[in-house]
Ligand binder design. Structure first.
Ligand code: GLC
Length: 831
């Protein structure tokens, strides 16, 4: 877009250099009309700020975590500018008009400014920023748009950018950061922004990765090669560019650096990794209890039921409908007695009904906790309960108050988790009951925050849900001390991952949306928010039996696995599509429960380093460029490659195999054998109920036994091992599944190692370490070999093994007493 379309007046630029002031960890460069600060803020993380005036103050609601400065930063005056070098990244600033370059350690360029940053008041219509008729951009910095253009390397992939539609590589697209519902319009592969705003990206090339986070909560936009293929344009309201740069060198390092800055992902309770059933329209306590009974009667595993808005009294958050849910505590107890959990939806739109018996509204108005119009009156808009008020989550006192609302109605009722919806936030243009309601933009001049730090809607909107999630999580921790809270959110900004899992909102029962969920969730993981899922079966419209079955097969690998659908769609429970589909769903869910020890270990890896559960192949194989564009298959953790069917009538499908040997998880047969090269295509069969799933060579995969729910303790921990020429290591991490004791070391860690020892294969299962003691159980070791092994010894003593030809697996079992075991196998070969 040309400058005269974008700006109201010709934009200003920094102009001539005035001074360079070098300090130990950074540099301040002053220009005639701008200041630039570049700093090394933590190992692997640099910060670059450009502003005409003073830098924006740090807000009390900011998402940044405390950091410790790096020891290895080197700052050098380079004459007319400065260079800041960290292991992995070199940032050069200076010269006239604030030239900037970002390079790797060997001088390989990531980004270079293509012209000076420029700024002026923006033309509202040019931004594509949804607004009401007559709205204007507020005066001051809020209305000032900064645009900075950068050159990109032709071959670099641009991944993540948060919740998006379309493929994993975002080059060629415009990416807006503005939280938006798409109610009634829906979304498709080309839709730009949805419910969440994650202004960040990861640039990848073979062997190296680099990342950036635009720390601007205002409306912003990336032109990722849409206008010019080799340019990246960054536009932000608020008058400032504030970029954090991540050194990598691998995609995993970039995600680690991002989540060190914005917070590590929460550790979900064990039940949250199980299966969730939901629908908009379960209308009574008896119906929900009967639903759980049906799961149990049909032997289909289930851990949680979700209560959509119908459990409330007239869509009033923090109430229960007295007729349909007459005894909330008794209802929750009945669900718990059946080994399942209850998650209840909460909408931030509080019915505007003062002094009519709805305490939440009374308090919101009396305390002045609502979002305000510029004249100080509370803002009102239509949502489910008709006219509603919206809490101002930018204020600490409002967050504390909001957290307290959960106590009586949810925590003390026994509810286990909260589902935060409509928190972009969303309002409609008319009462929903009129039947024609559409989304309506919020006024841009709404006021958020305490009187001492009031900010406009332009600055706070993108953070609204993240602050709501923080309020909910902290309130839950206060009122249920020692229990791991679980909050699901629809809208988000970086930092939300600390407190919330998320889903991708209202999709449709379309094959297109099934396939799109793969790049969507891979992108979420790279964006630091790995606990994500999409509505299995699709939300709007009716799933066909085949689509539903295939969606369960894919959903098996979603970090958050929930079947959910809209009001008035056909039944979408696992048994609703006939016996064949029910059998597929049962098989899939039994497999999900077998995967739980692995998923729990991966969740610990996420909580420790941000590592996603669902990983793009290019994340696991960052040297292999041929894997970079794969977004129809993915890795689950380090050991499993999943390639479910994503199209109708699919019996076989193509999958790109990264280097190394791969074994079919279900049959134990080698896949793609005999082919060589970096990465090679193979065909895999999409047997119903057994989605294509490959074990990587050297896998040490922890599995459990199928269970009705996580309320039943694990009776077997099983390690599935495949071999290769090198040594392989892994660590199984377990905890009690519900409390916060894991934060003080109450975990169990079991080190696993496999290696080829001359002609013998050796697996060592280390002694269990740490404060958590699992319930008594069997430990099974499942060795995937090309035929029955010769002699097998455990700790030097020969043992009998069971050979299962159907899976090409030799199996040894013993009571798990937590002590070390060394298993050697002679006369066995990898498949
Ligand atoms: C929104 C949510 C959806 C929910 C519905 C009713 O559309 O995205 O999941 O079922 O509201 O609460």
């Amino acid at each position: 877009m040309d400058d005269d379309e974008l700006f109201e007046t010709p934009p200003r630029t920094p102009g001539p250099l005035r001074s360079v002031r070098v300090a130990s960890s950074g540099v301040d460069v002053t220009y005639e009309r701008a200041r630039v600060r570049a700093e090394a803020v933590a190992p692997g993380i640099l910060r670059l700020r450009v502003s005409e005036t003073a830098f924006a103050p740090q807000r009390s609601w900011d998402v940044l975590r405390p950091l410790s400065p790096p020891a290895d930063a080197v700052v050098r005056d380079v004459g007319g500018g400065a260079e800041i070098a960290l292991a992995g990244l070199v940032l050069t600033v200076g010269g006239d008009d604030a030239a900037v370059a970002v390079d790797g350690p060997e001088g390989e360029r990531w980004l270079a400014s293509a012209g000076p940053p420029r700024w002026a008041r923006a033309r509202l219509d040019a931004l594509g920023l949804p607004h009401r008729d007559g709205d204007t951009l507020p005066p001051g910095a809020d209305g000032v748009l900064v645009r900075q253009d950068w050159t990109l390397n032709a071959g670099d992939r641009l991944w993540r950018f948060g919740q998006r539609t379309g493929g994993l590589d975002r080059r060629g697209r415009t990416l807006t950061n503005w939280t938006s519902d798409t109610f009634g319009i829906g979304h498709h592969r080309g839709t730009d922004n949805l419910y969440q705003a994650q202004p960040l990206f990861l640039a990848a090339r073979p062997g190296r990765a680099f990342g950036a986070f635009l720390h601007v909560s205002h409306f912003s936009r990336f032109d990722a090669g849409a206008t010019h293929p080799d340019r990246l344009g960054i536009e932000a309201l608020g008058g400032e560019v504030d970029l954090f740069l991540f050194a990598g060198p691998t995609p995993a390092d970039v995600v680690e650096q991002l989540t060190r800055l914005t917070g590590r992902p929460l550790l979900p309770p064990a039940w949250a990794l199980g299966f969730h059933q939901s629908r908009w329209g379960y209308a009574s306590a008896d119906e929900v209890v009967a639903l759980v009974d049906t799961f149990r009667d049909r032997a289909i595993p289930l851990d949680a039921v979700h209560l959509d808005i119908d459990y409330m009294r007239g869509y009033r958050s923090f109430t229960w409908d007295p007729e349909r849910f007459p005894d909330p505590k008794g209802f929750v107890r009945r669900v718990h007695d059946r080994g399942a959990r209850v998650v209840a939806i909460i909408d931030p739109g509080i019915k505007d009904e003062p002094f009519a018996g709805y305490r939440v509204a009374d308090e919101l108005l009396t305390y002045g906790h609502a979002l305000r119009n510029p004249d100080g009156s509370p803002f009102r808009g239509y949502v489910w309960p008709e006219r509603a008020l919206f809490p101002d989550f930018a204020r600490a006192d409002v967050r504390a108050w909001w957290g307290d609302q959960h106590r009586a109605s949810l925590v003390e009722t026994g509810v286990d988790g909260v589902w935060n919806d409509m928190n972009e936030p969303t309002v409609f243009d008319r009462p929903f009951t009129t039947g024609a309601a559409r989304n309506r933009p919020f006024p841009l001049d709404l006021r958020h925050g305490d009187p001492g730090e009031t900010a406009s809607h332009l600055e706070v909107r993108n953070l609204y849900a993240t602050l709501e999630g923080r309020a909910t999580f902290e309130g839950w921790k206060r009122h249920a001390p020692g229990v791991r809270p679980w909050v699901l959110t629809r809208s988000a900004y970086p930092g939300s991952q600390r407190t919330c899992a998320t889903w991708m909102g209202d999709n449709n029962s379309w094959w297109e949306h099934l396939a799109m969920s793969v790049p969507q969730l891979l992108s979420m993981g790279l964006s630091g928010s790995p606990h994500a899922g999409v509505d299995i079966g699709g939300f709007f419209e009716n799933a066909t039996p085949e689509l539903f079955a295939r969606w369960m097969e894919l959903g098996l690998f979603y970090p958050f696995m929930r079947d959910h659908t809209a009001l008035d769609t056909r039944a979408q429970e696992p048994w609703a599509f006939g016996e064949q589909v029910e059998a597929v769903a049962r098989d899939v869910l039994r497999m999900r429960y077998r995967l739980l020890p692995y998923l729990a270990t991966l969740a610990h890896e996420a909580a420790a380093r941000g590592a996603p559960l669902m990983r793009p192949m290019g994340y696991v194989f960052p040297d292999v460029e041929a894997t970079f564009d794969v977004d129809d298959a993915f890795m689950l953790g380090p050991w499993l490659l999943a390639a479910p069917a994503l199209e109708p009538r699919c019996r076989w499908r193509r999958v790109v195999l990264p280097p190394g040997r791969w074994v079919d998880f279900w049959t134990g047969l080698p896949v793609g054998a005999g082919r060589t090269g970096d990465a090679r295509p193979a065909l895999v069969e999409t047997t119903p109920g057994k989605p294509p799933l490959l074990l990587r060579q050297g896998a040490l995969l922890p599995l459990g036994n199928p269970r009705p729910s996580t309320a039943t303790p694990l009776s077997e921990l099983r390690i599935v091992a495949t071999f290769h020429e090198e040594r392989s290591d892994y660590e199984v991490i377990e905890d009690d599944g519900w409390s916060t004791a894991w934060q003080v070391g109450e975990v169990a860690r079991t080190a696993l190692r496999s290696q080829l020892d001359g002609e013998a294969l050796r697996v060592t299962i280390g002694a269990r370490q740490g404060g958590f003691r699992p319930a008594p159980r069997t430990l099974a070791l499942e060795l995937r070999l090309d035929g029955p092994p010769g002699r097998v010894e455990v700790d030097g003593v020969g043992v009998d093994v069971r050979w299962d030809a159907a899976r090409r697996a030799a199996e040894i079992r013993w009571e798990d007493d937590g002590s070390e075991r060394v298993v050697t196998v002679s006369g066995g070969r990898a498949p």
